[in-house]
Design a protein around this ligand. Structure first.
Ligand code: C2O
Ligand code: CU
Ligand code: CU
Length: 487
């Protein structure tokens, strides 16, 4: 495995736990003195990097924070899984060796790959076996990711640590003046339950209904993290890798973020916003400006409280964690400390050329009705009345034909982030308010309770069996998934 450790933001390079030891020490009486960051915060770290080679699915223990070593399930014996970086036009090849003790596989979320390379749960790798994934990267530059997708075990394996970034670059993106190198920061956002002092996946019936929610926010595998930045413009690649928690991203001081990219790469022009929804599996590529912040400024990046998808209240919480664990609870994601001076930079005015999908040219409309568990005799999550079956084809979709997929949520409680394999799509309409992310290429779309969202979908890369499912992983494993056969 070719792995390199990426240089960290800040002056210390460390993998695992990092503490803020690199603060300047000021002589007594000298001003201004940056207030010391709260001591319990750990410096954000980054996973190792990999281009190709091999990865083993294996259990490994890792120090999560002082005094807490967790038994994790990993790809490559590290949590998060290694960050893969490749260019459009490359051929990617990786051998997965399964030493986990149960079936697993890898799905390349957001990448368009041949159906037999896509990590369909039918294509799992048994314990003790290996398989090679090999595919060309024909994708736009963007922030993609990978995780296991075995039948009814995705939620557990992802929760226990198996997920990583797959970042693709291309020439179109190279030509745009965007922050690069250490100013381009991948941030994997995940909530975890640490109430028992361990990382364990033991869902109750309530957790299956509402999703497995945690009270502690991990960024790149670090709980209660802080990031040291220079006073300049940054690119944050936010990936919501939570099983079920939706974030409403905002800075505590109200500063704006500029959305520059969505699941399928750059959008046409930056959109300034103070708030941004990010449901499980969605990615947001953001520019955040710290250029006018004096050194010593400390900003908190939050998930603000919200009242939709609120069934988590009273479920799954223990004692005081009960109120925090609920969907929509206000949580701190990351403390950002402006620690040194940086060059002033501006947000570009235009970004990428976006192909339009003209919804009036669609050849047909398909409807997908989302019904909560309670409303169904099987007691499981369904789409169009069906619980997922490995070998049943639910939709036959002609290759290359533009369609409208109408997703109607009949659920008054839960958010359902609907995800499609094998193609990126566009959001055509939403019965609720339009979201800034609706203007880009998407593979996962946030569907609010009782909302109807219309998508323009066209498969242009490969034929074969792909999946359409809710990316609340407990819902997916509980049957909220269909087989889509592209013919
Ligand atoms: Cu990220 Cu079918 O999943
Ligand atoms: Cu996917
Ligand atoms: Cu769902």
């Amino acid at each position: 495995m070719r792995i390199t450790r990426r240089k960290l933001i800040g002056s210390t390079v460390r993998v695992g736990l990092g503490f803020g030891l690199s603060r300047p020490l000021w002589a007594c009486g000298e001003a201004p003195v940056a207030p010391p960051p709260s001591p319990e915060k750990a410096l954000l770290t980054f996973p190792p990097e990999l281009t190709d080679g091999s990865l083993s699915a294996a259990r490994a223990s890792q120090v999560i924070r002082p005094g807490l070593s967790a038994e994790l399930w990993t790809l490559g014996r590290t949590y998060p899984s290694p960050t893969i970086r490749r260019r459009r036009g490359d051929t990617f090849e990786l051998e997965l060796t399964n030493e986990l003790g149960e079936d697993t596989n890898i799905h390349w979320h957001g990448l368009s790959v041949p159906a037999d390379m896509d990590g369909h749960p039918r294509d799992s790798v048994a314990d003790g076996q290996a398989r090679v994934y090999r595919f060309p990267i024909a994708q736009r530059a963007g922030t993609y990711w990978y995780h296991p997708h075995p039948h009814e075990r995705t939620a557990k394996q992802v929760y226990l640590g198996m997920a990583g970034f797959f970042i693709v670059g291309d020439e179109e993106e190279d030509q745009i003046d965007l922050p690069r190198g250490e100013l381009d920061v991948p941030l994997l956002l995940q909530d975890r339950r640490l109430t028992t002092g361990a990382i364990e996946y033991v869902p109750t019936m309530g957790d299956v209904a509402n999703g497995y929610l945690g009270e502690t926010l991990f960024v790149n595998g670090v709980p209660s993290a802080r990031l040291e930045v220079a006073s300049t413009l940054y690119r944050f690649r936010a990936l919501n890798g939570s099983n079920a928690r939706t974030f409403k991203l905002a800075f505590a001081d109200g500063r704006s973020m500029h959305l520059i990219g969505t699941d399928g790469g750059l959008i046409d022009a930056p959109v300034a916003t103070n708030e941004l929804w990010l449901a499980p599996a969605e990615r947001a590529d953001l520019l955040v400006d710290f250029s006018s912040d004096p050194i010593g400024t400390s900003v908190k990046w939050m998930s603000e409280s919200f009242a939709v998808g609120d069934a988590g209240a009273g479920h799954g919480g223990h004692g005081s964690a009960g109120t925090l664990v609920r969907q929509g609870a206000r949580l701190e994601l990351l403390q950002i400390d402006v620690a040194r001076a940086g060059p002033p930079r501006t947000v570009p005015t235009s970004l990428a050329q976006l192909e339009r999908l003209d919804p009036t040219a669609a050849l047909r409309t398909r409807t997908f009705e989302l019904i909560p568990r309670e409303g169904v005799t099987s007691g499981m999550h369904v789409i169009n009345g069906q619980v997922f079956a490995l070998d049943r084809i639910d939709e036959e979709v002609p290759f290359g034909e533009l369609e409208i997929w109408r997703v109607e949520s009949k659920d008054s409680v839960s958010i359902h982030p609907m995800h499609l394999h094998g193609a990126q799509f566009r959001v055509v309409s939403r019965s609720g308010l339009a979201l800034p992310s609706d203007r880009g290429w998407k593979d996962t779309v946030l569907v609010f309770p009782n909302e109807t969202v219309e998508l323009a979908v066209r498969f242009t890369d490969y034929r074969g069996a792909y999946l359409f499912h809710c990316h609340t992983l407990e819902h997916e494993d509980d049957g909220m998934m269909l087989n889509v056969n592209v013919t």
